[in-house]
Design a protein around this ligand. Structure first.
Ligand code: KG4
Ligand code: ZN
Length: 346
């Protein structure tokens, strides 16, 4: 029996999850998004202060939900990077303090590996080899994943400019939708026609790098299209623009993921990270994977966006694998490279 507490503070969510033997037994989440929304983006110092205020109440809420006591805990895992530096530091400092107080090992883990690990809570152990598409506010990457906590992680392709979530958020702003734009575009697009406007699909021409992404041209094309309508004094068909933009992103993400599976000879695809909550991405991926004979795993939407359960799930895998905890000298690494599930000692 191993009980692992996971702490996530890399952006605006203070998340705590508690996993016992691969099962999430308690979780709590506190978001500071309402304080950032009027700035159109997350303000690091505001986020860090909010983490500080939310940390102890969120830990207490997760313990209450799990019905356990500190003496029951076997390890503490925390996001050590990447993310907003000051925000990460609050979580890392708290995790060290709890690890000392409870006399248990401390693991500083990679945020993106956490996004992958969370899928084990719903769908069980990962396949021996899989392709993971990680799409979040800060990252868009295709990885080859073996044993998540024992093997190195191989990046097959990544975005050359904006992350997929960043493109959603910027287009949301252009369309006058609240921040973050992703969930609002998802909602608005349900009323729109995805074929209304033919927006460009970045890096999909012959000769383009097959597994790299680019979303800045698409974002600019949407902004130009909207500006032109406004200049001509015509109403902007928000739902059609949202649906057409979303279709362009989804089309590229799914096609390149399937290309990565083919290229690597791997039949299992995982789609994770905040953008994996997108309803159109989930539907198109399910259809095209079925047609291509690939198995698809996508966590439930609430586990796609940042949360503590994902860090607890990854910590639990590390404990099961017998990985030694980190030295308490480990610091936060805001730009941690994704080469392994843990953030190495600096
Ligand atoms: O993984 P995440 O919660 O935080 C980071 O690690 O960045 O991802 C946040 C991103 C934001 O850009 C947000 O707009 C996007 O995920 N997102 C969505 C949806 N829900 C969240 N994008 C498209 N459709 C959604 N339903
Ligand atoms: Zn994330």
């Amino acid at each position: 029996m191993a009980v692992v507490v996971g702490i996530e503070t890399s952006c605006d969510e203070t998340g705590v999850g508690i996993v016992r033997d691969g099962v999430l037994i308690g979780a709590a989440l506190s978001s500071s998004m309402e304080f950032h929304a009027r700035f159109g983006g997350v303000v690091p110092e505001v986020a860090a202060r909010a983490h500080l205020e939310a940390m102890i109440p969120t830990i207490d809420a997760a313990f209450a939900a799990a019905g356990i006591r500190p003496a029951d805990v076997d390890a503490v895992a925390v996001t050590a990077g990447p993310g907003l530096s000051t925000a990460l530091q609050v979580g890392v400092a708290a995790a060290k303090a709890y690890a000392i107080a409870w006399g248990v090992p401390f693991y500083g883990v990679h945020h993106l590996a956490g996004h992958v690990a969370v899928d084990t809570l719903e769908h069980g152990a990962l396949p021996a080899a899989s392709i993971a598409l990680i799409v979040s506010g800060g990252h868009s990457s295709l990885l080859r994943v073996g044993d998540l906590v024992r093997d190195p992680l191989h990046t097959l392709g990544a975005t050359m400019d904006d992350a997929a979530g960043e493109a959603f958020d910027k287009v949301g702003r252009v369309l006058g939708l609240p921040f973050p734009g992703g969930p609002w575009i998802d909602r608005s697009a349900r009323e729109g026609d995805p074929t209304a406007i033919a927006f460009p699909r970045g890096l999909t021409r012959p000769g383009d790098p097959p597994l790299e992404f680019s979303f800045s041209g698409l974002k600019t094309a949407v902004a130009r299209w909207v500006e032109k309508r406004e200049r001509e004094g015509e109403a902007v068909p928000v739902a059609d623009v949202a649906a057409s933009f979303q279709e362009a992103v989804v089309d590229v993400l799914v096609n390149k993921s399937i290309a990565a599976c083919r290229d690597q000879g791997i039949d299992d695809l995982l789609i994770v990270g905040g953008v994996a909550a997108n309803s159109r991405l989930r539907a198109v991926a399910a259809d095209r994977c079925a047609a291509a004979g690939l198995r698809l795993r996508v966590p439930a939407p609430k586990y796609c966006t940042d949360n503590g359960a994902m860090i607890a799930a990854l910590g639990h895998l590390l404990v099961l694998a017998g990985t030694a905890g980190h030295d308490l000298a480990l610091g936060a690494d805001s730009s941690a490279e994704l080469t392994s599930a843990v953030v190495a000692a600096l």
